[in-house]
Design a protein around this ligand. Sequence first.
Ligand code: THU
Length: 130
Amino acid sequence: MTLFDLACRARTHAYAPYSGFRVGAALRSAGGQIFCGCNIENAAYPEGICAEAGAIAAMIAAGEREIVELLVLADSPDPVPPCGGCRQKIAEFAAPDVKITMATLSGETRVMRLADLLPAAFGRSVMDRG
Ligand code: THU
């Protein structure tokens, strides 16, 4: 199954009663495994979790630490871009050249490098004091 198919399947499990906007994500780790996530909303709105965050949590819980490919999809008119917070979360575990595929449910896709989605990123090197 492709990342697209797996993200699609995860999306069907999304819990999004407040926005009605269901999102699915799938990532491939350096170890070759695929991890999926869907958005999980909450009546206390800020407690909601994005699909990408769910996929990353599954990867970390399985003992993997590196994303080599990630896809996010939603039933949006244009390929859905990851939110700013998710870009930062992805950047913690992905190299700048990693390709992020944004997709619509109908299969339209747009691919961007992480570094282009999150330029001038804050990362661990910013905290280096030499
Ligand atoms: N959402 C994601 O799951 N990922 C993103 O990158 C963008 C937004 C979710 C959060 C919320 O449940 C819904 O989409 C509407 O913002």
